[in-house]
Design a protein around this ligand. Structure first.
Ligand SMILES: Nc1ncnc2c1ncn2[C@@H]1O[C@H](COP(=O)(O)OP(=O)(O)O)[C@@H](O)[C@H]1O
Ligand SMILES: Nc1ccn([C@@H]2O[C@H](COP(=O)(O)OP(=O)(O)O)[C@@H](O)[C@H]2O)c(=O)n1
Ligand SMILES: [Mg+2]
Length: 239
């Protein structure tokens, strides 16, 4: 039996907060003690602390595609920073035009704005497992997240893919995105090398980085991803 907990600011990130312990609140679920604890329930479920995965990689490296498989298998909530920004453009918000121009130029939207959108989605969610896809894309993104959330990610996935493969995939993506053209992709690749790789190196040094070879079929790549999450002993949604 499950009951909903509406205010859990006292639980949030308390175990790993270094900056701002009460910065963010979440909804989550708590089990009654009358239920016999099942063996596979994890420390994370019992502690009810958010489990945060950052999903990094260049444009077209396969982040979104692999996130869908992680959601299917492990029940994560997928938050794509790019999707949240595109949704903001579509809603004609005050920042819409600035976001659109930034995306067309392949540049990075101000961190506080992107983090506000991520934070809102996390607060609306009843889940505690989050995939934050396409974030942080710069050291500024990373530092602002740590400052605002008072926490670091539990896992950082990095999809390593050669530029020519990424360009090919983006140009074939066919989702009507304003940035899926050769001019923007060239700019995005430069921004990726200059701003995103330092973030990758940061997490490598911290021992949190799982580097995945992003070349191969979707299933071949997922075979490398799956053990990362199995090792945390989440209940699998689907085998
Ligand atoms: N392993 C793969 N091999 C070939 N194409 C892929 C692979 N993974 C994803 N794609 C395709 O490449 C494009 C970019 O993938 P996507 O998941 O959107 O990447 P990202 O989110 O990193 O930009 C999509 O059209 C997707 O269907
Ligand atoms: N943290 C982020 C993520 C995306 N973005 C913007 O959104 C664009 C598209 O991001 P995305 O994650 O959807 O792109 P893909 O890597 O999926 O192709 C980026 O090129 C940036 O302009 C950002 O400014 N900051
Ligand atoms: Mg994507």
């Amino acid at each position: 039996m499950w009951r909903r907990v509406t205010s859990v600011s006292h639980l949030t990130f308390a175990h790993k907060s270094t900056v701002n312990k009460n910065a963010c609140t979440f909804k989550c679920w708590e089990s009654f003690t009358t239920e016999i604890p099942r063996k596979e329930k994890t420390t994370y479920q019992r502690a009810k602390t958010p489990f945060i995965t950052f999903v990094l990689g260049g444009p077209g490296s396969g982040k979104g595609t692999q996130c869908m498989k992680i959601v299917e298998n492990f029940g994560f909530t997928h938050l794509s920073a790019g999707e949240l920004l595109r949704r903001e453009i579509a809603s004609n918000s005050a920042d819409g035009i600035m976001i659109l121009n930034t995306i067309k130029e392949g540049k990075i939207v101000p961190s506080e704005l992107t983090i506000k959108l991520i934070q809102k989605e996390m607060e609306l969610s009843d889940n505690y497992k989050f995939l934050i896809d396409g974030f942080p894309r710069s050291e500024d993104n990373r530092k602002a997240f740590e400052q605002i959330f008072g926490a670091e990610p539990d896992v950082v996935l990095f999809f390593d893919c050669p530029e020519d493969e990424m360009v090919k995939r983006v140009l074939n993506r066919n989702q009507g995105r304003v940035d899926d053209n050769i001019d923007t992709i060239k700019k995005r690749l430069k921004v990726f090398t200059a701003l995103n790789l330092p973030v990758v190196n940061h997490y490598l040094e911290k021992g949190k980085l799982y580097k995945i070879n992003g070349v191969g079929t979707v299933d071949e790549i997922y075979k490398q991803v799956h053990p990362v999450f199995s090792s945390f002993h989440f209940e699998q949604v689907r085998v």
